[in-house]
Design a protein around this ligand. Structure first.
Ligand SMILES: [Mg+2]
Length: 261
């Protein structure tokens, strides 16, 4: 049963008072390689006004440098420090709990594996203490088996983000969350997920900008990740209709709707 709910439809973000912007990337700033209408002009004008902004993504395939280069390429000023990814927050979480040198079994791209090693961990296929799962399009049965055996051996199962499905150019593809759940189902455990909708990633972004929750807004195109993470962190969420169509069955309700930036 959904509660009766009427989000406020904004004609423009100028109707809200805020002094910092947190924003999702895919569906808000770009789709694939193309900028989304209005996004570049909006962020450029915030940059010119000196209004701080930070991008928050559950995508762990690329590094903050890669994301910053892509954003700059579209015409939006951005430093790697202004990009907080689920991979980064996940590695901070693991680093806070496991000593350098801990063996970790990783499902993820070569770029993600490099970052795991750079964080001081040792890549291992057996006797791992942590199984770390990010999006990996090469994921197969033998990797699932190795992950399962490590989890049965006592390794903690951690996913960079809980996304089950991702919109792509020609439809949808399974997300990192679906991979983690396949391992968890086989092992009979529950994975720990770090990215949105966990508020940790929002907290880190606000810390970087030096802003308080009440003065920020969060732009997103997914109720169950972007908007829920914002609500959990006490930040006003604005659902922007340039990405994934709004899910009317979601238990999460947005306070604000905006057609485009
Ligand atoms: Mg998105």
């Amino acid at each position: 049963m959904t509660q009766p709910h009427n989000p406020t439809r904004l004609q423009s973000l100028d109707e809200l008072k805020f002094s910092a912007v947190l924003s999702d990337l895919d569906g808000i700033v770009y789709r694939g390689d193309d900028a989304i209408a209005g996004a570049v002009a909006r962020f450029r004008s915030w940059h010119d006004q000196g209004l701080p902004y930070c991008f928050i993504t559950n995508n762990a395939e690329k590094s903050a440098d890669d994301f910053a280069s892509k954003i700059i390429g579209l015409g939006i000023p951005c430093t790697p420090y202004q990009v907080v990814s689920a991979a980064e927050v996940t590695l901070a979480y693991v680093s806070a709990r496991y000593a350098p040198g801990t063996p970790v079994y990783v499902v993820g791209t070569p770029s993600f594996k490099n970052r795991v090693e750079a964080a001081g961990f040792v890549l291992a296929s057996t006797a791992a203490q942590v199984v770390l799962v990010a999006l990996d399009r090469q994921f197969d049965y033998s990797m699932m088996k190795a992950a399962l055996r490590n989890v049965l051996g006592g390794a903690e199962l951690i996913g960079t983000n809980p996304d089950l499905i991702r919109p792509v150019d020609d439809g949808f593809e399974p997300g990192a969350g679906a991979i983690a759940h396949s391992i968890a189902t086989a092992a009979g455990v529950s994975p720990k997920f770090i990215g949105k909708p966990s508020p940790d990633i929002i907290h880190l972004a606000m810390e970087r900008l030096g802003v308080q929750a009440q003065s920020a807004i969060m732009l997103g195109d997914q109720l169950d990740t972007d908007i829920l993470a914002a609500q959990r962190a006490g930040v006003r969420g604005v659902f922007v209709e340039t990405g994934v169509p709004i899910n009317p069955r979601s238990a999460v309700k947005t306070e604000y709707l905006l057609q485009q930036l």
